[in-house]
Write a protein that binds this ligand. Structure first.
Ligand code: BGC
Length: 449
């Protein structure tokens, strides 16, 4: 392999989310989120795990920052827990919550690590859910107020902001598939939630511009490149539907101020549609500074007559699968990046999440030899490099995740971290082989022989 050296200003980082790592679920005045409620209802989460303690990062953030420094991260992406700073979602501010994020951000800066803050990584204040949650249009404006609070508290310290993490997952997995909080299975609800999330994104961008703070703002979408099983007309149609449902439903409004026509017509016909107010599409499509994408795998689909969206996902044989049963397919990352640049944006793109869960174990030598993750990451770095070579303005890459953590419906059973967390043994952290490999990649700014 020839050396693959990335652009000199390329940023290497790692990502986490508040509910997945912080713990301290009821400490220092934090309000409840929908995830606190959902995890405490028996049967929702594997082994009935909760994020009550998680990685105890709320108390161990200094140790975690020291580990980030040891790996050599340029940047760290974390999320702010809305109910930690606004326990009821609006109104009274919890100063202790604000202080925590200030301490975190200041220490990151001291360590020479650029903070990137996500405003919403799924932990809606429970009090707002009781008023209808994201389905209620008022939540859009409460989100804007919360964003404004954070800009004014942290705006001079945080140079990169992400409004939402994965509106697809929030709307569809939480409100259509029912696997995530708040746990509904209702198409109308899911569509309204998706729309309201996008409007709230646009308003948070407006407030960011008005605040005059320096820095950049964007949104993170989870996208998977879709491939048809065959070239047949039917399978191509299946691919088109799947892409519209997963990807274009979010990309088109943000970049083109419209929903995919065919799918919108189908939804209107089938479910009577959802409320779009005058001016919403303009708000959603406000200019952003970068696009964040989370990429884990691709989708391969074939035509399915009986499905509403005419497709069914298939699992290619002879592929490697992660512990999530997701196919390892690095070329999909390259293809996706090239497509986004060609069809949607010539702005900077960040890979805000990429990584894999494997059944890691602490070995007798006290180390974690996670060779499958080392291979996964290196292959995805190569794909990212190829996209840059093809002209994509890819500006950075955040590995998911810094730490093993609470993996939503799967609880602690899935480990995505490049740092192992021993939950049974005082939360002890151990750099896995993948973290050591990443350290070398960062030091070399790429892959060397
Ligand atoms: C989310 C993370 C999650 C990861 C792995 C993404 O959907 O943003 O919170 O842990 O994927 O499932």
């Amino acid at each position: 392999m020839a050396n693959l050296i990335f652009p000199s200003d390329f940023e290497w980082g790692a990502a986490t989310a508040a509910y997945q790592i912080e713990g301290a679920a009821a400490e220092d005045g934090k309000g409840k989120s929908i995830w606190d409620t959902f995890t405490h209802q028996k049967g929702n989460i594997l082994n009935n795990d909760t994020g009550d303690i998680a990685c105890d990062h709320y108390h161990r953030y200094q140790e975690d920052i020291a580990l980030m420094k040891e790996i050599g991260l340029d940047t760290y992406r974390f999320s702010i827990s809305w109910p930690r700073v606004l326990p009821a979602g609006k109104g009274k501010v919890n100063q202790k919550g604000i202080d925590f994020y200030k301490r975190l951000v200041n220490q990151l800066l001291e360590a020479g690590i650029k903070p990137a803050a996500t405003l919403y990584h799924w932990d809606l204040p429970e009090q707002l859910q009781l008023k209808g949650g994201w389905e209620n249009r008022d939540t859009i404006y409460y989100f804007q107020e919360y964003a404004e609070l954070m800009y004014s508290e942290l705006g001079d310290l945080v140079p990169r902001w992400i409004t939402h993490n994965e509106p697809f997952v929030v709307s569809m997995v939480g409100n259509l598939f029912g696997e995530h909080a708040p746990g509904y299975q209702d198409y109308n609800k899911a569509l309204q939630v998706a729309h309201n999330l996008l409007v709230s994104h646009g308003l948070a961008v407006d407030s960011f511009r008005e605040s005059g703070i320096k820095g950049e703002i964007g949104i993170t979408l989870n996208l998977n490149h879709v491939y048809a099983k065959t070239d047949s007309k039917e399978d191509q149609q299946a691919k088109d539907y799947c892409d519209a449902f997963n990807n274009r439903w979010f990309l088109d409004p943000v970049f083109k101020a419209k929903y995919p026509t065919k799918l919108l017509a189908l939804y209107q016909d089938k479910f009577g549609g959802f409320e779009i107010e005058t001016g919403d599409m303009e708000i959603i499509s406000r200019e952003i500074d970068f696009l964040g994408i989370n990429y884990y795998s691709r989708a391969v689909v074939e035509y399915a007559e009986d499905e509403l969206l005419k497709h069914k996902t298939i699992k290619p044989e002879q592929a490697i699968y992660t512990a999530m049963n997701w196919e390892v397919y690095p070329d999909g990352l390259r293809d996706l990046l090239i497509r986004l640049n060609k069809e949607y944006t010539d702005k900077e793109i960040f890979i805000t999440e990429n990584g894999a869960a494997f059944a890691d174990q602490l070995a007798a030598d006290g180390q974690v030899h996670d060779q499958p993750r080392v291979d996964y990451l290196r292959e995805h770095f190569k794909a990212a490099y190829q996209a840059i070579e093809a002209g994509v303005p890819l500006a950075g890459y955040y590995v998911w995740s810094l730490l093993d953590n609470f993996e939503w419906a799967f609880g602690y059973s899935k480990r995505f971290g490049i740092i192992h967390v021993d939950y049974q043994n005082q939360q002890q952290r151990t750099l896995k082989d993948s973290a050591k490999m990443f350290k070398q990649v960062i030091a070399d700014n790429g892959l060397t022989d």
